[in-house]
Design a protein around this ligand. Structure first.
Ligand SMILES: C[S@@+](CC[C@H](N)C(=O)[O-])C[C@H]1O[C@@H](n2cnc3c(N)ncnc32)[C@H](O)[C@@H]1O
Length: 417
């Protein structure tokens, strides 16, 4: 059978509608629970099959009109066709299910702190040039670049950058495809271009024109794993806990100020009163500096550029006595139990892969409190299970929706002995 009519019964983990046909699970992008749809069967994917929406005969109760004209073509968003309440309930459910899979299903999980449109301050843009430049996002399942004119997720200043980039990069020779990371800081946009360009004189002149027209704070080029500023008009600057930090080109920062505030508030509430804190996976100090207001903090980060920015900010602000910084790979060389024992609390904010080796050392340590911020409920649940197995108790989980209209959800939780 190449086409079937089905009713969507639920949302899968990637945000696709799920349906059953002849005992097979179908994944139907952009379909809502309750939709009655006709779909074309596609290739096998995981335990089921991909399916493409051909026609919608009836709408599910949570369906809404998507706010963006690019929705359905652009791969940046997966869930604009669903009511916010449906998405929030589903994101909470994802966390509960991940916890239940590790025997932690009785944890209290909050409704996600919502994400507002037009607040994303860090964008990864896909770039391509074939006669003219395309600037936007990859399609959902391919590498083609969808040339966007609108993006209701992003800060308006970043959306305004897109046509300037398209025009200026279209006139720049010597590149075919790549990526841009645009971060809106307090002093303007920090732009990193990874387009395999060798910065010859003519290219530099054109990049300087781009920086002027877009009023960029800084423009950097990335090649071979190194990022070098080529135009600095103002130092890009963010403030964490009242401390000014100059993030390195393309360096990680929380993607929205609201998300940063919600996650930060949950972390600070959990460690209140603790005097010696280790901030592991510290980035350039998003939590380090708020923590350092009332505690002495060891910040550990694997990326030397981020750790360097953190150390510089600590020096400049006179906090070097309260903040120590170490550059260290916490997967290959986690802090050992004996190193951890002098801390009253440990904050862990790992990438999607989680922090299995560090959780194992924490389990062996005498640390009384571990506060985890996570962007992946599955690896969080795995690492939390390790700690619970060593006598920690999992407290209430604060869910945070920082990636509007995407299937991602973040969370903060404290584990105490
Ligand atoms: C989710 S970010 C959090 C950063 C910071 N806490 C913040 O909120 O801005 C994860 C951080 O872990 C760092 N990281 C990734 N893998 C690492 C590793 N193996 N060892 C140490 N740090 C690592 C990344 O460079 C990134 O800064």
């Amino acid at each position: 059978v190449s086409a079937v009519e089905v009713t969507i019964t639920a949302l899968g983990s990637g945000g696709d509608g799920l349906a059953e046909a002849d005992g097979r699970t179908l994944y139907v992008p952009y379909a809502a629970p309750g939709d009655r749809v006709r779909v074309a069967l596609g290739p096998k994917r995981g335990g089921g099959y991909e399916a493409r929406l051909l026609a919608r005969h009836a709408d599910g109760p949570g369906r809404v009109a998507p706010p963006c004209p690019h929705f359905g073509t652009c791969g940046g968003c997966a869930l604009q066709h669903l009511d916010e309440a449906v998405v929030r309930a589903w994101k909470r459910e994802r966390i509960l299910r991940a916890l239940a899979a590790r025997g932690l299903g009785d944890a209290a999980v909050s409704a996600p702190v919502p994400a507002r449109p037009a607040t994303r301050r860090r964008l990864g843009l896909a770039l391509a040039r074939d006669g003219r430049a395309r600037v936007g996002f990859h399609t959902r399942f391919g590498r083609a670049v969808v040339d966007v004119a609108a993006c209701p997720v992003a800060e308006p200043a970043l959306v305004a950058l897109i046509p300037v980039l398209r025009d200026r990069l279209g006139r720049l020779a010597g590149w075919r495809k790549g990526q841009a990371i645009a971060t809106l800081t307090e002093t303007g946009i920090d732009l990193l271009l990874a387009i395999g360009l060798s910065p010859a004189a003519e290219a530099l002149r054109r990049l300087a024109d781009l920086a002027d027209e877009a009023d960029l704070a800084r423009l950097s080029l990335s090649a071979g794993g190194r990022s070098e500023p080529v135009v600095v008009r103002r130092s890009p600057r963010l403030a964490f806990g009242g401390v000014a930090v100059d993030p390195p080109p393309g360096g990680f920062v929380q993607p929205t100020a609201d998300g940063e505030a919600a996650i930060g508030a949950a972390i600070l509430a959990a460690v209140a009163g603790r005097a010696r804190i280790a901030d592991l996976y510290a980035g350039c100090g998003t939590w380090t500096f708020p923590l350092a207001r009332t505690a002495s903090v060891l910040a550990v980060e694997g990326d030397p550029a981020l750790a360097g920015a953190l150390a510089e900010a600590a020096d400049r602000s006179g906090l070097a006595g309260r903040v120590r910084v170490a550059t260290r790979d916490l997967v290959r060389r986690p802090l050992a139990a004996a190193e951890l024992d002098r801390f009253d609390a440990v904050v862990l904010d790992p990438p999607r892969a989680g922090a299995a080796p560090q959780a194992a050392e924490l389990a062996r340590s005498r640390v009384p409190l571990v506060v985890v911020a996570s962007c992946n409920p599955a690896t969080f649940a795995r690492d939390a299970r390790t700690l619970v197995g060593a006598g920690f108790r999992l407290g209430p989980v604060t869910a945070v929706d920082q990636f509007l209209w995407s299937p991602h959800v973040e969370l903060v939780a404290a584990l105490a002995r």
